[in-house]
Design a protein around this ligand. Structure first.
Ligand code: C2E
Ligand code: CA
Ligand code: CA
Length: 601
């Protein structure tokens, strides 16, 4: 190995050498001193730089580094930033001239005679020291610079992240709701013909439950990709709204083009998609609305077009999923009605237009009425509106909290008064929306209803549906514990209607399981439904829960569920929900009828 190659390796090693920091000022000073001496020596060896030109650059840059470092190390309040920049520049120049010097030297060394060996050795010795010292200075500079760069980069990354999170969804990298609104506002202000599509992943919850969240995330990324590429081709964009909901904005109101986009997206989404070891098949439902459908004369309001597209999505889902639906006149009328309801609902609560209806609950062995379920009705424009039409609306707008509060206090008061007045011991079940499980306020609501009405807490049952999300697991447990401390009972409503899971049953640890009427209505036609019902009854018994079946409409059903071991029931057979004031009279008549029937037997 030639001396020159050895020097190159040394240089390489020196560059990779870690750990030279500001604390090693003395080392730097020593290296610079050596450099100074050697540069001086080099000048004396080559008094006329023209004789050996390449060395001139090295000498100059070495001089510069020495001067700079000396100045920086001796001055107490030297400008560190400026020093660093100059040092890096000088260092770079020095490296470049050193490289030229070494290659020239290498070329020359081939022709060098034995006479010149001594001279060369002296040069290479100088170079060894020069390179090592230069590397040392360079490394200190690089290490300082690196620190500065790392800190600045960290700051930039944090700022970039913040900017990104404000406008983009970190999972799919698509624009988020904020950016969607900004961009859509521009389209609408500019009166561009625009279509908004709201896209929902079919059965996403079951993908998450079955395969886990990592696979769920992958599916969302996959759907994002499917939506984004063709949207860009049409000069539009896709955004993620929340969970499994996306929006696509396209600058067109051409139904043919939009239909083509939707068909392409739906068919791509339906293709089996490989995630790890699993092959997943998903589907998407799409609801669309265009600006021209809403207004051709005025600028379209953003909330209108978004709601219109959302409304179309409901219908796409109702039509069996994996399909797309356009907004139309029917939906427009429904949407208008919905907006009107939303406007009227707050005053309905305060004006007392929400009425308490009660439906009896019976014990199956003796058919005696044990209590009632409280169900709300809205007296609106001379008609009674079913809760099916406004509960979801109330949940979305947050008004459900006041509705449930009202129903809870009315129901507790009515039943407490009856029991006191007639010496009865009727219980009452009240429906609680999942919305309440976002904070502890619901506990105060229940406590206040008990205190104000004077009802025996064990006669009050809170029916909660499986839609209660267990995201904040600790909070849900705290609420349930507080309910238990109050002495009220918990019932899981609509069990078997869709999302039943054993994990949910264990987590909630309720007193009662209420089996959804869809299971009851099927027990005659389907052996499977009977089997499921049988298993659920067994399960509930093992978990120490009472079982109540709802939706019993005939004797046959009553007998079937009784034979399966169900002890309590509710349904039109025993009484439909009626105004509270009629419920007691009906109940008394029912009990008398029942007693007569038993006496006649
Ligand atoms: P739910 O809690 O499952 O209530 C039972 C529903 O089934 C009631 O509908 C009831 O009228 C109906 N039903 C009872 N027996 C039979 C039967 O034999 N056959 C059939 N086909 N149906 C029967 P409703 O009163 O329309 O209430 C619908 C849903 O609205 C309720 O379902 C409940 O989830 C919700 N809801 C009602 N009132 C309130 C309330 O005050 N607060 C909350 N958060 N939700 C409520
Ligand atoms: Ca219920
Ligand atoms: Ca139910």
């Amino acid at each position: 190995m030639s001396e020159i190659q050895r020097l190159n390796f040394l240089l390489f090693d020196a560059r990779n050498y870690e750990g030279i920091t500001l604390e090693h000022r003395e080392d730097v000073q020593a290296a610079v001193d050596i450099l100074f001496v050697r540069a001086d020596h080099l000048k004396s060896v080559y008094p006329d730089p023209d004789v050996f030109k390449p060395s001139r650059g090295v000498i100059e840059s070495l001089d510069e580094i020495v001067g700079l470092t000396d100045a920086y190390l001796t001055e107490t309040d030297a400008d560190y930033g400026a020093f660093l920049t100059q040092l890096i520049d000088a260092s770079d120049r020095s490296r470049r001239s050193l490289h030229t010097y070494l290659t020239t030297l290498s070329r020359e060394s081939e022709e060098i005679t034995a006479r010149q060996t001594d001279a060369l050795l002296s040069k290479t010795r100088f170079l060894w020291v020069a390179v090592a010292a230069l590397s040392l200075v360079g490394l200190v500079a690089i290490s300082l610079l690196r620190r500065e760069i790392v800190a600045r980069r960290a700051r930039e990354i944090a700022e970039e992240n913040e900017r990104f999170l404000a406008f983009f969804d970190p999972l799919t990298k698509l624009p988020n709701r904020v950016q969607l609104q900004n961009k859509l506002a521009q389209y609408l202000e500019g009166r561009t013909k625009t279509a908004v599509a709201i896209v929902d992943v079919d059965n996403f919850k079951s993908v998450n439950d079955t395969y886990g969240h990592a696979v769920g995330d992958d599916v969302l990324r996959y759907i994002a990709e499917i939506l984004e590429l063709p949207a860009k081709t049409l000069n539009g964009f896709a955004a993620r709204l929340s969970g499994d909901e996306f929006a696509v904005v396209l600058p067109t109101d051409d139904f043919a083009k939009l239909s083509e986009y939707c068909r392409a997206v739906i068919s791509r989404a339906a293709r089996p998609h490989k995630v790890g070891n699993d092959t997943i098949t998903t589907g998407v439902s799409i609801g669309l609305a265009t600006t021209s459908q809403i207004s051709t004369s005025r600028q379209v309001e953003m909330s209108w077009i978004l709601r219109a597209a959302d409304f179309s999505l409901y219908r796409a889902k109702a039509e069996g999923r994996s399909c797309y639906t356009f907004y139309d006149n029917d939906l427009a009328a429904q949407l208008e009605e919905r907006n009107a309801m939303l406007e009227d609902l707050p005053s309905a609560i305060t004006n007392g237009d929400l009425k308490l209806f009660l439906q009896p609950k019976v014990s199956l062995p003796d058919r005696a009425i044990t209590g009632f379920e409280a169900l709300v009705r809205w007296q609106r424009n001379g008609q009674l509106v079913s809760p099916v039409q406004f509960i979801t609306l109330a949940e979305e707008s947050g008004l459900i909290i006041d509705i449930d509060k009202h129903m809870l206090s009315e129901a507790a008061k009515t039943l407490a008064d009856w029991n006191k007045l007639h010496g009865t011991n009727f219980g009452v079940s009240v429906n609680l929306s999942g919305t309440h499980f976002a904070n502890m306020q619901v506990v105060e609501l229940v406590r206040a209803a008990i205190e104000k009405s004077g009802i025996t807490p064990s006669l009050l049952t809170l029916e909660i549906t499986e839609s209660v999300q267990l995201n904040d697991w600790a909070l849900v447990q705290n609420i349930l514990c507080a309910f238990r401390d109050l002495g009220v009972k918990i019932s899981i409503d609509d069990f078997g209607a869709g999302y039943s899971s054993l994990a949910y049953l264990r987590a909630i640890a309720a007193d009662e399981l209420k089996i959804d009427r869809s299971l009851v209505s099927e027990i005659h036609e389907s052996e499977e439904a009977a089997f499921v019902l049988d298993s659920v009854v067994d399960l509930a018994k093992n978990l120490n829960m009472d079982v109540i079946v709802e939706g019993i409409e005939n004797e046959d059903q009553a007998r079937r569920v009784f034979d399966l071991g169900v002890s309590k029931a509710q349904g039109y057979l025993f009484g439909a929900p009626v105004m509270a004031k009629d419920a007691l009279r009906n109940a008394t008549a029912y009990q008398t009828e029942k007693r007569t029937a038993v006496a006649l037997r």
